[in-house]
Design a protein around this ligand. Structure first.
Ligand SMILES: *Cc1c(COP(=O)(O)O)cnc(C)c1O
Length: 388
């Protein structure tokens, strides 16, 4: 039998990493000692107290049944408390929905709000799921370039009026993957005005809100600003904060009606987050945050060694204020793909080509700070031996 796939599956952008993946396999076959700075997945383990918490929670029969709905009230209350402490924002339990990782909620968001032909405003380079959800709902993506000259913020004034008329959602993501940029207060103020004026729901992706390098300059929450809750929601994840990418847990919070729309989609598609994992997430959010501080310290040491090392070799690199990515300009005369190939072929180093996450990423590569200090030093050492 011939299998025919849905047209939408065929419309998904080509998997740009296939070529890199093939080269990586070749390199492994010839016995190369690969240093992988490609994937944004923490190498640090989940803290012990969180693991102990899930071990206990798993033994309770009540947790073995379907969880359903927006999540345990105790989980949502822990989020209310955490939000208040971290952002001085008041939330109520009905403004929160538990998610099976924030990617799940981001991907399902469109099903709640996009009809065929509706426009979705998407930052590029950016997290691919914003566009995937658009394709799956027959929405129309409008890509907002994130350029260095604009501080990697989308230029809202540059969006044409006919696009604005059809736009239903705007995605933003700060601290940003892949550029590592953070958004200033003025941007959020402007964004809220923009959303109100054009009747566009703001979807803020704050997956990296806790991975920052200066205690005096913590990343802001979109919901800190007056009027934000009227126009949008914010997605959060325990993945990057507590090294829990494999556990699949996050949440969405903010506008009650938007949260209700997401919940309605979820109620019809999945049955919620395993309650034992919700209990572990409560432990993570309500215990000492020393473990997060420790992760930040580790990323900072890695960041400084890589950035200083690359700069010493003549690379143009901004010092990231947040996220665990280093967004580096490629050496003169090379494209992103050529740089990635050269690093892999000649130094067995894997990184992400900037254009793989959107065309404005051309001319950059992304390094994830997810290997230990000796390996970061080895990375710099190996790059220093390449002739460009
Ligand atoms: C990692 C990441 C997420 C999602 O992580 P989950 O594990 O699904 O919670 C969301 N947005 C961005 C930009 C990310 O990099």
């Amino acid at each position: 039998m011939e299998i025919h796939y849905n047209e939408k599956l065929k419309k998904l952008p080509p998997y740009l990493f296939i070529e890199i993946d093939r080269k990586k396999k070749e390199a492994i076959e010839r016995g190369a000692d690969i240093i992988s700075l490609g994937v944004g997945d923490p190498d640090l383990p989940t803290p012990d107290h969180i693991i102990k918490s899930v071990q206990e929670a798993v033994t309770k029969p009540i947790n073995h049944q379907y969880p359903f709905g927006s999540g345990l009230l105790s989980y949502r209350k822990a989020i209310v408390e955490w939000y208040k402490k971290r952002f001085k924002v008041d939330l109520s339990a009905d403004e929160i929905c538990a998610l099976i990782g924030s990617k799940e909620g981001i991907g399902h968001m469109h099903l709640g709000f996009i009809n065929p032909g509706d426009v979705v405003l998407i930052p590029e380079p950016g997290y691919p799921v914003y566009n995937t959800g658009t394709i799956f709902t027959d929405g129309v993506p409008y890509f907002m370039p994130l350029l260095e000259k604009n501080g990697f913020l989308p230029d809202l004034d540059a969006i044409p009026a006919d696009i604005l008329k059809k736009a239903k959602l705007i995605f933003i993501n700060y601290p940003n993957n892949p550029t590592a940029a953070v958004a200033p207060r003025e941007f959020y103020l402007k964004l809220i005005e923009f959303a109100k004026k054009n009747n566009i729901i703001v979807v803020a992706d704050a997956a990296y809100s806790e991975i920052y390098y200066d205690e005096n300059e913590k990343p802001l929450s979109f919901l800190e600003f007056s009027g934000a809750k009227e126009v949008g929601v914010e997605f959060h994840s325990l993945s990057k904060t507590y090294n829990m990418t494999g556990w699949r847990i996050g949440w969405v919070c903010g506008n009650k009606d938007v949260v209700a729309g997401i919940l309605k989609v979820k109620d019809n598609y999945d049955s919620g987050v395993f309650q034992a994992i919700q209990e572990a997430a409560i432990t993570a959010l309500t215990s000492s945050q020393e473990c997060v501080k420790n992760s930040r310290k580790i990323y900072k040491e890695r960041r400084d060694i890589l950035v200083e090392g690359l700069r010493g070799l003549g690379w143009e690199v901004n010092l990231p204020k947040a996220s665990f990515y280093v967004w580096a300009k490629v050496p003169k005369g090379y494209t992103s793909s050529q740089t990635v190939s050269k690093l892999l072929d000649e130094a067995a180093i894997i990184c992400t080509p900037g254009n793989g996450m959107g065309k404005s990423g051309e001319g950059y590569v992304r390094f994830a700070l997810t290997v230990n200090v000796p390996r970061i030093k080895e990375t710099v050492e190996r790059i220093s031996k390449i002739k460009w």
